[in-house]
Design a protein around this ligand. Structure first.
Ligand code: GDP
Length: 405
């Protein structure tokens, strides 16, 4: 059974143009959450070289369809979304099963063609997103220019919550504009040093905080009311307004960093937990059976319904990855593949971590797990309790595949 409440689950995808840093960011998230590399003595202050030596051991992480990690009492399921447009159908299926996403942008290139196409796909699935402008350590990186390209090409209002400290090779940290504190990462990453805003950045940080308050006030009634009364918006109000704006898609919270140097990853995870929804925050899943529309709540005691989003063949056997939307699935129970009209028996149920699969007896609404023993269910199939059949809404039809120069 899952040990955290449904409200502490985040089913998360990372969306990016090829090369923006999705793989590196995934690895750093698994590292920061302690999911990988428990061998030997790894202390805070681990060097970049340590990361490189792990790369070889990580094939399974990078190619797994989904991987679970825990962060600050939350269960984060990272669902792989292929970065290449040729895998558009797979992207659609992944988008269908996640509740929120991090859109990664290259800090030099800003919005690129694939970031745009995957953004539109996410729009159609109504997936709330936060943005991470990566590679701020690279020559030519420019957060403001990347933010401008998000505004111009993707159209949500960017809500920038950090100010970078240092540029290019000298990029060392960020000012958190919500807490008005600095976070600086010593060379070799590890935990950030938390301190006051550097003297030289106080004016700029105040200006940007003001801009954030004004933008949020324009978009959010409670923030506007506060702004009109006191010509400022409190941090608490900002945080709850940012959460709502993320969920409606009217604004996108923008953070920045360097995944490669492990700068900015922890604040990004904090933002995932703060702004992106849990399965209990999203509307009940819809489906139909023999012409009758149905809804299923994210409730472990409701009839079981799940969507298969990927099937892989591994040494462990045929792994069927599924997102449970309602009810509970248990080892050795019969489930119905509704589209195919077949009943199959569940073998083992696995929670997939970076380097191992943990066997669990059951999975409940909101979970992402892999099941061994299903012989025929294909990606896109609905599985449910045989006595309560339901066909979940199929993934939205993909845009035609576009070629990218
Ligand atoms: P993906 O295709 O989006 O999965 O991108 P990768 O994670 O494979 O990264 C593509 C290249 O960019 C690799 O050579 C990475 O080492 C590099 N890279 C990723 N993040 C950063 C970063 O923050 N700074 C710099 N300078 N390079 C990065």
């Amino acid at each position: 059974m899952r040990t955290v409440p449904l409200s502490a689950v985040r089913n998360l995808g990372i969306l990016a143009h090829v090369d923006a840093g999705k793989t590196t960011l995934t690895e750093r998230i698994l590292y920061v959450t302690g999911t990988t590399y428990k061998r030997g003595e790894v202390h805070d202050g681990t060097t970049v070289t340590d990361f490189d030596s792990q790369e070889r051991d990580r094939g399974i992480t990078i190619f797994a369809a989904a991987v679970s990690c825990t962060w600050d009492g939350h269960l984060v399921n990272l669902i792989d979304t292929p970065g290449h447009v040729d895998f558009s159908d797979e992207v659609e299926r992944s988008l269908r099963v996640l509740d929120g996403a991090i859109a990664v942008f290259d800090g030099v290139a800003g919005v690129e063609p694939q970031s745009e196409s995957v953004w539109r796909q996410a729009d159609r699935h109504g997936v709330p997103r936060i943005a991470f402008v990566n590679k701020l350590d690279r020559a030519g990186a420019d957060l403001d220019a990347a933010v401008e390209s998000i505004r111009e090409r993707l159209h949500p209002r960017p809500l920038v919550v950090q100010l970078p400290i240092g540029v290019e090779d000298g990029f060392v940290g960020v000012v958190d504009l919500l807490r008005m504190r600095s976070l600086v990462w010593a060379d070799g990453a590890g935990k950030a040093e938390d301190g006051p805003v550097p003297e030289s950045l106080v004016d700029e940080a105040n200006r940007r905080r003001r801009l954030l308050e004004e933008t949020v006030a324009e978009l959010h009634p409670a923030a506007l009311e506060e702004f009109c009364e006191s010509s400022a918006v409190s941090t608490d109000t900002l945080v709850s307004a940012l959460r709502e704006l993320t969920r409606t898609g009217d604004g996108v919270v923008v953070l920045c960093g360097s995944a490669y140097r492990n700068r900015g990853v922890e604040p990004l995870l904090e933002a995932v937990v703060a702004y992106l929804p849990s399965p209990s925050d999203v509307p009940p899943v819809r489906g139909e059976y023999e012409g009758t529309a149905q809804e299923r709540p994210a409730d472990p005691s409701a009839p079981f319904a799940a969507l298969v989003f990927k099937v892989t063949s591994t040494a462990t056997g045929r792994l069927t990855y599924l997102r449970v939307y309602s009810g509970t699935i248990r080892t050795s129970e019969a489930v119905m593949d509704v589209g195919a009209g077949r009943v199959e028996r569940v073998g083992r149920i696995l929670r997939v971590q970076a380097d191992r699969h943990t066997r669990v007896d059951s999975a409940v609404a909101g979970d992402i797990v892999a099941v061994v023993g299903l012989k025929t269910a294909r990606a896109g199939a609905t599985l449910c309790t045989p006595s309560e059949p339901l066909l979940l809404e199929p993934p939205v039809v993909a845009d035609p595949v576009v070629s990218v120069a």
